[in-house]
Design a protein around this ligand. Structure first.
Ligand SMILES: [Ca+2]
Ligand SMILES: [Ca+2]
Length: 158
């Protein structure tokens, strides 16, 4: 979906709701949608307790004022993707299916799809919301505010 400046400027945030650091080395974040699932990302780094991990597509200027924890390549389809997060042993840690389109978010204005409750299933459509346009963080490549919350709490909590 991207930012208001560029639909290619996509980003993905992971959140660690535990009180322990998680070593993401060897974890994968992978699409299962389409003949050549894209993106397929092998993660690298540590996510701190109650911390965020920011993936920016192609280069670090997607969120121009925040350093990415990892740069990835690939593109998320506007028509929705099934995404799986697996640990280094291949165990499923999180999933979101988005069958029939993304559960939330708004392509017009580039409002992010945000997880409502990080401890509840990512595969429940009701656990996703659209950024409210008020609680925001980060700037795009032309210094405009992002309608999302990279590396900060999501806009609504239930
Ligand atoms: Ca950045
Ligand atoms: Ca966030």
């Amino acid at each position: 979906m991207g930012t208001e400046i560029s639909s290619s400027d996509e980003w993905i945030e992971l959140y660690n709701f535990t009180e322990w650091p998680v070593d993401l080395n060897g974890w994968t974040l992978k699409s299962l949608t389409g003949a050549n699932p894209d993106p397929t990302i092998t993660l690298s780094g540590i996510i701190q307790p109650l911390g965020y991990f920011l993936l920016e597509r192609t280069n670090d200027s997607t969120i121009s004022d925040i350093s990415a924890d990892q740069i990835y390549t690939g593109a998320l389809s506007d028509s929705g993707e099934t995404l799986e997060l697996r640990d280094s042993a291949g165990n499923l840690q999180d999933k979101t299916s988005n069958t029939g389109g993304w559960y939330a978010g708004n392509k017009t204005g580039r409002f992010s799809m945000e997880r409502a409750d990080s401890k509840q299933s990512g595969d429940n459509a009701a656990n996703w919301q659209t950024n409210d346009g008020i609680t925001r963080n980060g700037r795009d490549v032309e210094n405009g505010l992002i309608n999302g919350t990279p590396k900060t709490p999501n806009s609504k909590t239930f």
